[in-house]
Ligand binder design. Sequence first.
Ligand code: AMP
Length: 307
Amino acid sequence: MSLLVIGTVAFDAIETPFGKTDKIIGGAATYASMSASFFQKKMNLVSVVGEDFPQEGIDMLNHRGINTAGLQIKQGEKTFFWSGRYHEDMNSRDTLDTQLNVLSTFDPVIPESYQDCEFLMLGNLMPSIQMSVLQRLSRRPKLVVMDTMNFWMEVAMPDLLQMISMVDVLTINDAEARQLTGEYSLVKAARKVLSMGPRYLIIKKGEHGALLFHGENVFFAPALPLEEVFDPTGAGDTFAGGFIGYLASMNDTSFDAMKRAVIYGSAMASFCVEKFGLERMKELTEAQVDQRVQQFVELTDFEITLV
Ligand code: AMP
């Protein structure tokens, strides 16, 4: 049994109130697979980069046991590039530039050794590519989790809606939930999304935690209050990677397991924001993950006697 992650492998240029980076390694699939690798050992990646992508980036993934046989390297072409600037509160950002480059002609190839995929993370990517990956698997995975972004709502809404109707879990942030449904109330937005196809919806609210919706049930996980958030880039993907990585490692797709998975996802995201880009994820250890999950348990642990 394996976990397959797709999404962008990218160059990012980031501006936060703490500083500015030139092109650094990023991408939705990079963050999600790095995060999931802390839980699930059999990890496969499908994505594409240009010839400008450094070997060091591929080594970083392989070092965490991520199989990159499905990562295409396009000679003579450039890697996907994204640049963003965070506002003072770090909860919102503006995209300054998105250059699709290799992504615009990407035709994903699923290596034969990936066909035992039981858990599929459709990370942020062009919806039509997410669709072709799902169609090219010989059997539908047990659980399909999808992440997306406002960019695709603006340029590919019909494809996006079709894709959303085919997944089990959708993860989006609060602004995207509002944009997708036209509803300001997140409860109303969730009801609409759940009527579009997914059985579960996760709405990420940055430093205000995450909500998991399923039927009439709602579960809330806080974010860890941190003294300093350096760079929120990739926090959403890191959350999604931790979420599906935990479920894959437990081989459990029940609502109770999903509640725990939301906590694991939140714990992973809390590391991601502590340094720029993937710096924190690169040095992270399994013991630190366990310790942080324990902090989450303590953060919300209380007893109450109703009088
Ligand atoms: P997050 O902060 O979790 O929303 O993810 C940020 C990552 O998503 C960055 O590393 C970017 O390279 C990547 N990204 C930005 N825009 C897009 C897009 N339109 N499609 C796919 N990935 C993107």
